[in-house]
Write a protein that binds this ligand. Structure first.
Ligand code: CP
Length: 310
């Protein structure tokens, strides 16, 4: 049941068997979440610090809930009320936190590579909750859990990822995880937002959204990062919506069953029509529910504890 990794920094290089173990363990934890008292003593005595240097709604609440459901002691760090504001370095910050005897750290940071950096200056297990444009591994794990729940397997599943691939840590982790698990991956978005030579990762690229919809079982629609518009990487919101917006009209034209996913937060009416986000073929809220179970699994498996989950 143990993983072959001691930190979760990304899904690059994480084996199929480790991903499978996380997804199987998450399924057991999901059952616990539906009990009248959804709490088990599994991580009693373990102390976890959530270091969020960047805004988050889903990931932060989901990790906190996962820790509480497992009876861990948790502490939340917020940049705005910390000594980082007085100029303390990241290294000093984390070494001081570790001196308070903690077991695990969950970190989100705007700079790619910060979770790896933390592994170099502390002994605690590190879990990446999103670093810059690099990886967001627990998001991809919860996405894979949601697809597996719907389709029974990831093997051969046709998954299209739509949007700003270049700046998306969600895309980065999904591509790696899905390829490892045997899914087929297609990328679609403006040419300026698709990395050059991305096919080397074993994925295909198609710039025509209607053709991609014809091909796919699942559309994982990414948040268009409005802040990128200033850098001139896509022309206008209206043009983006016209070319790459997932609309009811497009889906009706394709006349096929399709599953819609989105990591959130959604720009309704830009990358995704509001009525599609809320449709019964959207599994967006299932993704959020599964996020708690996946994070419980990751915390438990990296805690070094062995034995029954409950
Ligand atoms: N999906 C995701 O990472 O959302 P948050 O930024 O709200 O955590």
């Amino acid at each position: 049941m143990a993983l072959s990794i001691s930190h979760l920094l990304g899904l690059e290089g994480v084996s199929k068997s480790d991903i499978q173990t996380i997804l199987d363990t998450a399924e057991s934890f999901k059952e616990i979440l539906s009990r009248p008292i959804p709490k088990v003593p599994t991580l009693r005595g373990k102390t976890i610090v959530n270091l969020f240097f960047e805004p988050s709604t889903r990931t932060r609440i989901s990790f906190e809930l996962a820790q509480k459901r497992l009876s861990a002691d948790t502490v939340n760090f917020s940049t705005s009320t910390s000594s980082v504001k007085k100029g303390e370095t990241l290294k000093d910050t984390v070494r001081n936190i570790e001196a308070m005897k903690i077991d695990m750290v969950v970190v989100r940071h705007a700079v790619s590579g910060v979770p790896f950096f933390l592994t170099q200056c502390m002994d605690a297990a590190v879990i990446n909750a999103g670093d810059g444009i690099h990886e967001h591994p627990t998001q991809a794990l919860l996405d894979m859990m949601s697809m597996k729940e719907k389709f029974g397997t990831l093997e051969g599943l046709k998954v299209a990822i739509i949007g700003d691939i270049s700046h998306s840590r969600v895309a980065g982790s999904n591509i790696r995880g899905l390829k490892t698990m045997g899914a087929q991956v297609m990328l679609c978005g403006p040419k300026t937002l698709i990395p050059r030579n991305v096919e080397e990762l074993g994925v295909n690229v198609n710039y025509n959204l209607d053709e991609v919809i014809e091909w796919a079982d699942v559309l994982n629609v990414l948040r268009i990062q409005l802040e990128r518009q200033e850098s001139g990487l896509f022309p206008s919101i209206r043009e983006y919506h016209a070319e790459f917006g997932v609309t009811l009209k497009r889906l009706e034209r394709a006349n096929k069953e399709i599953t819609i996913m989105h990591p959130g937060p959604i720009n309704r009416g830009i990358e995704l029509d509001s009525d599609i986000a809320d449709a019964d073929f959207s599994i967006i809220l299932n993704q959020v529910t599964n996020g708690v179970a996946v994070r419980m699994a990751v915390l438990y498996l990296l805690s070094g504890l062995e034995g029954s989950v409950d």
